[in-house]
Design a protein around this ligand. Structure first.
Ligand code: ADP
Ligand code: MG
Length: 238
């Protein structure tokens, strides 16, 4: 495809797993248990996206839709300092919006679309993609509506990716206890709706000593494989 940009994760091994970085015009889904490192990876991607293309960045602005109130500017500062960047300059390029419910979350993508025409948004993060949907649509009777809205949300995100040649990174928590609908604990919520719309799916799990294992599950062009990454104060590295 034409004009694809590639965003570095901070880890060479992970970038290689992804065929040379995270592709623009695509949705990359990170799923894993609480504490597996999904949000930390999002922070690192946000910092990296502000960097020049020669440094593995996208030379762009970043939108973060934060649904769980887990955005921490001080983590952005730590990661920026570790790369010898001016933290204030980096923070200026990262625009964060809290989403209070799934409806608001969907509206924020529309809003981002409007704003992106005036800004140079090259990365859009939704962390977490599914938490509000999971909390709001409870009971078997609401499953169809949940899936329908999630489906629309994913398509809005894909459209954003295409329109702005942006990378879309979303997170999805898998619970360690069985869900009412999805008995299998390793299955991310949203099931095939999210799975089909995401271009790349990565399963994250904790390993020893701050290490995380990222497994590429679904990709249109790459084999299923794993990479080991480290999450430390400096951020994401090999
Ligand atoms: P989730 O997958 O639930 O979003 P997070 O991305 O929030 O998980 O990961 C939390 C983990 O990240 C912590 O348990 C810790 O291992 C690591 N972490 C967070 N902040 C720091 C830090 N300042 N220094 C080192 N590791 C950190
Ligand atoms: Mg998180």
């Amino acid at each position: 495809r034409k004009g694809i940009n590639r965003l570095s994760s901070g880890s060479k091994a992970f970038d290689e797993l992804m065929g040379g970085g995270l592709e623009s015009q695509s949705i990359i889904e990170f799923f894993g248990e609480f504490g597996s490192g999904k949000t930390q990876i999002c922070f690192q991607l946000a910092v990296n996206a502000t960097r020049p293309v020669e440094e593995g960045g996208l030379n762009g602005d970043v939108f973060i839709i934060d649904t769980e109130n887990t955005f921490r500017p001080e983590r952005i500062v730590q990661m920026a300092v570790a790369l010898d960047l001016d933290p204030e300059e980096v923070l200026k390029k990262i625009h964060v919006a809290r989403a209070f419910n799934s409806h608001h979350q969907m509206l924020l993508v529309e809003k981002a679309n409007e704003l992106a025409h005036e800004m140079n948004v090259k990365l859009l993060i939704v962390d977490s993609l599914t938490a509000h949907f999971r909390a709001e649509y409870v009971g078997r009777g609401s499953l169809a509506e949940r899936q329908q809205n999630l489906n629309k949300h994913m398509h809005d995100l894909l459209r954003f990716a295409d329109l702005h040649n942006a990378v879309i990174a979303v997170t999805n928590q898998v619970s360690s206890k069985p869900d009412a609908f999805f008995g299998d604990p390793t299955r991310p919520i949203g099931g095939h709706i999210v799975g089909h719309a995401a271009t790349y799916r990565l399963y994250l799990r904790k390993s020893k000593g701050g290490k995380r294992i990222a497994r590429l599950i679904d990709s249109p062009n790459l084999p299923e494989a794993e990479a080991v990454i480290t999450v430390s104060e400096e951020g994401v590295r090999d």
